[in-house]
Design a protein around this ligand. Structure first.
Ligand code: GUN
Length: 289
């Protein structure tokens, strides 16, 4: 039996619809959610990501503003823009598209964003809030990609508590927060990375596999336990220039219980969670003290 599809395109469309009453309430109170996107330089992939984010905002009625800065922008000039956006009450979320040019330290930039507006969830206070279970108490935000993965698993009713989850990748933006989110839901979590020995044996034990390494065919059918849930965060180009994930989709779908495609899986969910975090930020800002 082939795996059930974790369809991120369909789920993200549904989540956007569900967001619309929340946006209406804020707009009627004269406090519509606003997202500021900062793009430094002209990296072609970043241009596409940013365009998609701005368009997604327009589609759901979130006000967005795009701040384009040249590739020779100084760190100080970027920090000035962030300081201004931090004080702007019409801006609920600030997203600085990564990567940044080499003269700019990304950590400095991320830490300069007001925690109340860190809708990417990259700030170290958001990371600490995630680690200590404080986000639902109103501190910080979940990083959008792993948050989107959790929403996909929940929508498909994939059992998480007690499951063995293997996360392949240890980035601050995906692998580490993914592991923490699964742990918070009582999964037993193994984090694998480039120095892991016996990757295939570890993945074979997994009830849930999240692949986030950025290398095609990292997860092959012989590595997957029958009926496991396999989520593919990878975005790679194959020799023909086609977008592929980290998972050998056509073979793994014959073994897995659930599988997310690339494209149409995690990608649209990441954007939906950015919108969700922006609306949440606006709701927190509009809430009476
Ligand atoms: N570059 C690639 N993905 C992302 C993302 O989710 N947020 C930001 N800020 N930059 C990125």
């Amino acid at each position: 039996m082939t795996a059930r599809l974790l369809d991120g395109t369909a789920l993200s469309a549904r989540l956007r619809q569900e967001m619309s009453p929340r946006i209406d309430v804020l707009s009627r109170r004269g406090k519509p959610p606003g997202l500021a996107v900062v793009l430094v330089g002209d990296d072609p992939a970043s241009q596409i990501y940013v365009r998609n984010k701005v368009k997604a905002c327009a589609d759901v009625g979130i006000r967005s503003e795009l701040h384009r800065m040249s590739s020779t922008t100084s760190e100080a000039a970027l920090l000035d823009v962030i300081a201004r956006l931090n004080c702007d009450r019409t801006v609920n979320g600030i997203l600085v598209q990564m990567p940044l040019p080499p003269q700019i330290d990304p950590a400095r930039v991320i830490e300069a964003i007001a925690i109340e507006k860190d809708v990417d969830g990259f700030h170290m206070l958001s990371a600490g809030a995630l680690m200590t279970g404080r986000i639902d108490g109103g501190v910080g935000f979940r990083p959008c990609t792993p948050y989107g993965v959790m929403r996909m698993l929940d929508d498909a009713a994939v059992p998480i508590a007690g499951a063995h989850a293997v996360v392949i990748g240890r980035s601050n933006t995906v692998g580490k927060p993914m592991a923490l989110m699964l742990l918070a839901r009582h999964a037993t979590v193994t984090i694998c990375h480039s120095a892991t020995r016996g990757l295939a044996d570890l993945v074979r034990q997994a009830d849930i596999v999240v692949a986030a390494v950025g290398r095609a065919s990292t997860v092959t059918a012989d590595m997957v336990k029958p009926q496991a849930a396999v989520v593919d965060v990878g975005m790679n180009r194959d020799a023909a220039g086609k977008l592929v994930g980290d998972v050998d989709f056509s073979a793994v779908r014959e073994v897995a219980g659930w599988i997310s495609p690339v494209p149409g899986g995690v990608g649209p969910m990441t954007i939906a969670m950015l919108l969700d975090n922006t609306v949440l930020s606006a709701e927190r800002a509009a809430a009476p003290p």
